[in-house]
Design a protein around this ligand. Structure first.
Ligand SMILES: NC(=O)c1ccc[n+]([C@@H]2O[C@H](COP(=O)([O-])OP(=O)(O)OC[C@H]3O[C@@H](n4cnc5c(N)ncnc54)[C@H](O)[C@@H]3O)[C@@H](O)[C@H]2O)c1
Ligand SMILES: O=CCc1c[nH]cn1
Length: 485
């Protein structure tokens, strides 16, 4: 079946759709078929200027509103997203290839959660009164001004909302650049925010690849950059932002450990490993791709995992019975297949999958390697695809040391019935987002982000407010000033 998802225009700037066909054409490809479903144009300097200037103008008015007024707009946007969940989920599926079964519950709805949560919080953002004996002080929480958001292609709607919601709640404006691989859904979020009452220019979407992102980051009017992307891009964006001491949030990649102890509920542990490796066809930053299984249960774990893999349904992602989609792009499919070949070449044992089905689209089978060692490339590098590495371990100390032996630090999980052990181990794992007897939950109420090379700052929860605002401290003297001369 042929799909089309051509947007009204490539960009959304100053409250309306904007086109400038002089920008490089970017074809939007439905990953399940390889068919072109839309074409957008990268932002030209004129589009970038319109977006930045419009955002600066809108921010002043927005910041002058009360938090409650700002929050009302965000909560209306959340309601509109929920009301249009199916339509938005279909678009997300066309854009990313993720099964509709997933996008219906995990993408627009997660975006709506963020808008609702930060909308509710906007009116509660206050400073503090500080008693200082005869004198006193207070703090004011002020917006940063103009923020730039730059997204990855795996969760386009969620990423746009996780950045926009706290930014706008704090009184900032945003220019958002989606990934060039999945440019469509952020445009819908921009339209919805305006329909919900956001002033024109408050949330703008401009398209393009790294060069457009770099131009946004370098602009002197920009006070903060929030990137979701890979570590190499994070390094570049952080370095560019540092030139003007801009605030940054870096949501980067991972190679996270999932530790399964011998006393774990086997089905839950296998379920956690499936969620942490094959949901979104493995294209989730926090995935637990190094599955450490205690030696005594290794064979039982692999046997149960293999049985459950019989439940994989690859097919048209718009069919709600499909539970496993293609990779988002041909380039990512090729990267993943390269890692699979390297795993085999380095001596890992292929237990399941490993193939790249013939036909149109960018498919990779859910793949499991056993007998993986820490030194293998597939155990060290982020693959960002459906490739699970199963590693054996003997005891707790060994599992912790090996789990931490990585430059990444995004997530970690522990499966055990011994909750004392679970918390003891989690306390020693170097990861920002951890799970006990679960994997990959991302409720808006909990901060999300990484340690070490996996990032800086936090999205979601009250923690995000600190990353989209700055504190002004005011000292108030009540008596005379005693100067030395
Ligand atoms: N920690 C998180 O929350 C999180 C969430 C999703 C994805 N990710 C990570 O994202 C990566 C996959 O996404 P990707 O392939 O789109 O990442 P990427 O780093 O290639 O691109 C991310 C974004 O940065 C832009 N970009 C590239 N170069 C730039 C530059 N010099 N200046 C400014 N912007 C630039 C891209 O156009 C894109 O929009 C994985 O590493 C994954 O782990 C992290
Ligand atoms: O891709 C990373 C962000 C995320 C994790 N779970 C859901 N979204």
């Amino acid at each position: 079946m042929t799909h089309t998802a051509q947007p009204t225009a490539s960009h959304f700037v100053n409250g309306t759709h904007l086109e400038d066909a002089a920008g490089d054409a970017i074809e939007v490809i439905h990953p399940a078929t390889g068919a072109v479903i839309a074409t957008v144009h990268a932002a030209t300097p004129a589009v970038i200027e319109a977006a930045l200037a419009g955002a600066v103008a809108a921010q002043a008015d927005w910041a002058a509103r009360t938090g409650t007024e700002r929050g009302r707009v965000l909560r209306r946007a959340a309601d509109l997203i929920r009301a249009r969940n199916r339509e938005l989920s279909i678009l997300e599926t066309l854009d990313t290839g993720k099964p509709l079964q997933e996008t219906l519950v995990a993408d627009a709805s997660s975006g709506a959660d963020a808008l609702e949560y930060f909308g509710g919080m906007a009116g509660t953002l206050t400073g503090q009164h500080v008693a200082l004996g005869a004198n006193w002080g207070y703090t004011i929480r002020e917006p940063l001004g103009l923020c730039v958001g730059i997204g990855a292609w795996n969760y386009p709607t969620q990423i746009a909302c996780w950045k926009a919601a706290p930014a706008l709640a704090c009184g900032n404006a945003m220019v958002f650049k989606p990934s060039e691989v999945t440019p469509l859904c952020a445009l819908k979020i921009a339209e919805i925010l305006v329909e919900a009452g956001a002033p024109p220019g408050l949330f703008n979407v401009v398209q393009g690849a790294g060069a457009v992102g770099a131009a946004l980051v370098a602009d002197p009017r920009v006070a903060k950059v929030s990137l979701t992307g890979s570590v190499p891009t994070g390094r570049k964006v952080y370095a560019a932002a540092a030139q003007a001491m801009k605030h940054v949030t870096m949501e980067l990649g991972g190679k996270s450990p999932l530790i399964v102890f011998h006393d774990a509920d086997l089905d839950d542990a296998v379920g956690g490993a499936i969620l942490g490796n094959f949901y979104s066809t493995g294209q989730v930053c926090s995935n637990g791709t190094r599955v450490f299984v205690q030696k005594g249960i290794r064979d039982a774990f692999l046997a149960r995992l293999t049985e459950r893999l019989a439940g994989v349904r690859m097919g048209d992602p718009l069919d709600e019975a499909t539970n496993f989609g293609p990779m988002a792009s041909a380039a990512q499919r090729d990267i993943v297949m390269g890692y699979i070949a390297q795993g085999i070449a380095e001596g890992a044992r292929l237990v399941a999958g490993g193939g790249c089905p013939e036909g149109p689209g960018f498919w990779v089978e859910p793949t499991v390697f056993a007998d993986v060692t820490d030194a293998m490339t597939i155990a060290r590098e982020e693959i960002f695809g459906p490739v699970m590495c199963v590693l054996d371990f003997t005891d707790e100390e060994e599992a912790i040391a090996r789990a931490n032996a990585t430059d990444f630090g995004l997530s970690a999980g522990v499966f055990t019935r011994d909750l004392t052990r679970a918390h003891r181990v989690i306390a020693r794992l170097q990861a920002g987002t951890c799970f006990v007897n679960s994997y990959n939950d991302a409720p808006v109420e909990l901060p999300f982000g990484g340690f070490k090379m996996s990032g800086l700052g936090r999205e979601n929860a009250a923690a995000a407010i600190a990353h989209y605002s700055q504190l002004k401290s005011v000292f108030v003297r009540m008596g005379r000033v005693a100067a030395p001369f």
